[in-house]
Design a protein around this ligand. Structure first.
Ligand code: DGJ
Length: 510
């Protein structure tokens, strides 16, 4: 038997990322934890009183995690004087509602601007100098070249993490986002004097060595702009991509110093989120240039090893495409912001079951109706979550997200699955969504809505497939509670518009 001390140590181990099978999972109290989360509106966490109603909404939606900001301007209103009242309120509120937290460190960057810096930072224009336009005008963002700002931001982030280490022994906080949607807007790079000097200098060897070592593993968008044979300035090495690569390197290095200072106090998983390229025709600066967009992921990995993962804020239609681009290069999928319309109810399945996401979070969670589609999807997933979390990275689970009448075939467990929508998409425009888990070679869990699953033999297998049982049911405390046994007119494995769960056991015969 484990000694008391060993057990306490296991239970109290700090939340960490761990590679299990092909997935990187967030391990909390020794078990994989998947965040069924929601991010609150930007200003909600500035009032403890206001948060009272927000907690209720988050709970009503069956979330297990709330993603909430911590504001540099309110944490350090005077230089070196920290106020943790709001942070302590968040810890208390989350615990009271049995929720976990991811905190957002709104500091030097918030959507590419510096609006959350304290007044003593904003007004000291010489000490905390700004990014500038090509004609030398200050912008409303601190420059990523400003060492003093980076030091001040890092010191405040360290103070926050030090406080969490002491104030959160029960690990209510599972992860921290460093800054918010970094990069420069309105122009492709910073033109302040320090940036001009750096841009005219040679590309640092550290970056080039990292890119060389990745070789064929680099994302194609970077390969397209990088001339591996060239040495010299950013323009000489990265040609048309020079401005964005330059910004990505310097922004990521700044973020890395902030993250590193925080991590040295309390090593929680840390991530950086991205304002994505909204359209292929957009140029850097139309979206924040230098932010962790997926085409810059290699540069971010080189410059910011203290950042554990790069996280997309997905408001685009092409949800699957974004997930695919952010799972390249071993980057674990963590979606801190997603659209809060009905698409969220479907997209969450693809993220968690198909892409092994650690987190899915619609933005503005307190504005989502408690009786809407997201609530139903979250309720179903929350009940099955221990089973789902265990299956990530094992090759025994697939996610379903289809907005067409296409038939998908996939081999899972001991059978070939043929998956289609229960009602024709072209008529209803209702997507099919859900997941399938091979609980054993001949037994499956099917969850979701508007899906029909046929089970066929694998090539070379016995030709006939029959059901041994098929039942609806639900999970309670990790245990399967069967409902109706389905047979006769209900023989086929079909889930209609209400999200539900099915278990089916099969038999192959000659
Ligand atoms: C993305 C930002 O990261 C959020 O903080 C918020 O401003 C949303 N946009 C608003 O849609």
């Amino acid at each position: 038997m484990k000694s008391e001390t060993a057990r306490t140590k296991t239970v109290r181990a700090i939340p960490r990322l761990e590679k299990r099978g092909t997935a990187t999972q967030l391990i909390v109290d020794g078990k994989p934890f998947v965040m069924l989360a929601g991010e609150v509106h930007n200003s909600s966490a500035s009032s403890r009183e206001y948060m009272e109603s927000v907690w209720e909404r988050v709970v009503a939606l069956h979330c297990n995690t709330a993603i909430v900001p911590v504001y540099w301007e309110l944490l350090e209103p005077a230089e070196g004087k920290y106020d943790f009242t709001l942070v302590d309120g968040l810890l208390k509120g989350a615990r009271k509602h049995h929720l976990k937290l991811a905190l957002l460190w709104f500091a030097t960057w918030k959507n590419a601007y510096s609006s959350y810096t304290p007044a003593w930072v904003k007004t000291a224009l010489e000490r905390f100098f700004r990014a500038q336009t090509a004609d030398g005008k200050n912008t409303n963002a601190i420059s990523c070249m400003c060492d003093a700002a980076c030091v001040a931001d890092a010191r405040a982030c360290a103070a926050l993490m030090r406080h969490l280490r002491k104030a959160d022994p029960q690990h209510t906080v599972l992860a921290v986002q460093i800054e918010n949607e970094t990069g420069i807007l309105g122009q492709s790079r910073d033109h302040c004097p320090a940036a001009e000097r750096a841009f005219a200098s040679a590309v640092p060897a550290q970056l080039l060595e990292h890119l060389q070592a990745r070789g064929e593993g680099l994302v194609p968008e970077l390969k397209e702009v990088w001339n591996p044979g060239a040495k010299g300035t950013w323009a000489e090495v990265f040609g048309a991509g020079a401005d964005e690569v330059f910004m990505a390197w310097h922004v990521a290095r700044y973020v890395n110093r902030v993250a590193g200072a925080g991590k040295s106090e309390y090593p929680l998983p840390l991530y950086a989120n991205a304002w994505l390229v909204q359209h292929a025709s957009e140029r850097p600066g139309q979206y924040p240039s230098g932010g962790p967009v997926s085409r810059m992921m290699n540069v971010w990995h080189a410059a910011a090893p203290a950042i554990d993962l790069l996280a997309p804020d997905i408001y685009l239609e092409d949800f699957k495409g974004v997930c695919a681009s952010y799972t390249r290069g071993g980057n674990p999928l963590f979606i801190p912001e997603a659209r809060r319309d009905e698409s969220a109810a479907a997209n969450v399945f693809h993220a968690i079951a198909q892409c092994d996401a650690i987190c899915f979070a619609p933005f503005g969670i307190e504005g989502i109706p408690a009786d809407g589609p997201l609530s139903k999807s979250y309720a179903l997933l929350a009940s099955a979550l221990p089973v789902v979390a265990e299956r990530q990275g094992t090759g025994t689970m697939l996610g379903i997200l289809q907005s067409s009448d296409a038939v998908r075939e996939a081999d899972l467990g001991g059978f070939r699955l043929r998956i289609k929508s229960a009602t024709p998409y072209e008529k209803t425009k209702v997507p099919s969504f859900g997941l399938v888990i091979a609980l054993a070679a001949d037994e499956y869990l099917v969850a979701g809505a508007n899906i029909a699953v046929d089970f066929l033999p694998l090539p070379g297998g016995l030709p006939n497939v029959e059901q041994l049982f098929h039942e609806e049911g639900r999970y309670e405390n990790g245990e399967w509670i069967p409902g109706r046994r389905l047979n006769g007119d209900e023989y086929a494995v079909v889930l209609h518009e209400e999200p539900g769960l099915r278990r089916v056991k099969l038999f192959s015969r000659a």
